[in-house]
Unconditional design. Structure first.
Length: 278
């Protein structure tokens, strides 16, 4: 038997059970053909998808779904570590030990002799110093070197700006950010008539970046704000579709004026619900 059947069938087997299941699934002679064919690159999109599904379960406060989605995300870690083990790179225990070492090293005020009586500013400074040492050990000297390239663009913009701000590269006043945002908006407006599509896209990106920065100064996470607005748009558009269906129509069969009126009605319903929930 190429795997521990008793452990795999133990409903209380915990983490070792999951690791053994993945090892069995990847066995080149007896495993699952689909699982055997996968590699780091082919599994990475599923890893990202599962992380978003965890976030969605939290947003919806669906705790049973959260348990399931966290399991799916955990499976992704086990999948990657099994492939790494096969390539003799590292295994699950190496990953668990590495993150444990990192947490201990980054919290000397909890696990070491340093005092917990520090200001938030001092804790941030200490945290950045520790991370700088970690980057140096990995031959990553730059402030922005380890901000992941694969992050969603809005999320990465926030992280880049936070990193730069921690070393003093930031607008000191929010009004300066607003001025820059208006400047970029004017540049985009000029570009749409005078520049190439590539230049227009660049100006649009500049405007988005400074809008993210403006939100950061307002203590608003642009990714979360846009996700909330997406949900609001979806909710209101569904109201339009339901209302039109009651009239025996579809959006394609309706005028913009009809749909806009229903949109305004949906806004009133939204505001009323918010008022009653406060």
């Amino acid at each position: 038997m190429p795997y521990d059947e008793k452990l795999i069938n133990n409903p209380s087997g915990g983490m070792p059970r999951l690791v053994e299941i993945m090892r069995a699934l990847r066995d080149p002679k007896t495993g699952c053909p689909w699982d055997i064919e996968q590699d780091f690159a082919s599994i990475a999109p599923y890893t990202i998808e599962e992380a978003y599904e965890v976030a969605e379960a939290i947003e919806q406060q669906d705790w049973q779904d959260l348990k399931a989605e966290l399991g799916d995300l955990l499976l992704q870690t086990v999948y990657h570590t099994q492939m790494a083990s096969e390539a003799k790179l590292f295994d699950f225990d190496d990953v668990a030990n590495a993150i444990s070492d990192k947490m201990v090293a980054r919290h000397p005020h909890v696990f070491g002799t340093e005092s917990r009586e520090k200001s938030a500013q001092q804790q941030t400074a200490d945290w950045e110093a520790i991370k700088a040492d970690e980057r140096a050990a990995r031959a990553k000297q730059g402030t922005l070197d380890d901000v992941a390239q694969a992050l969603p663009a809005l999320m990465r913009a926030i992280k880049l700006q936070k990193r730069a701000a921690r070393v003093g590269f930031d607008w000191p006043e929010i009004d300066q950010v607003l001025d820059k945002m208006l400047e970029e908006a004017h540049e985009l407006n000029d570009a749409k008539s005078n520049l190439s599509q590539a230049d227009i896209e660049e100006e649009f990106g500049d405007l988005l970046f400074v809008m993210v920065n403006f939100g950061r100064h307002l203590k608003i996470d642009a990714e979360e704000a846009l996700r909330s607005t997406n949900a609001k748009f979806t909710r209101r558009f569904k109201h339009i579709e339901r209302a039109l269906a009651e009239r025996g129509k579809t959006p394609e069969q309706s005028t913009l004026e009809e749909m806009d009126a229903l949109w305004e009605a949906a806004k009133v319903i939204d505001k009323a619900k918010r008022a009653t929930s406060v």
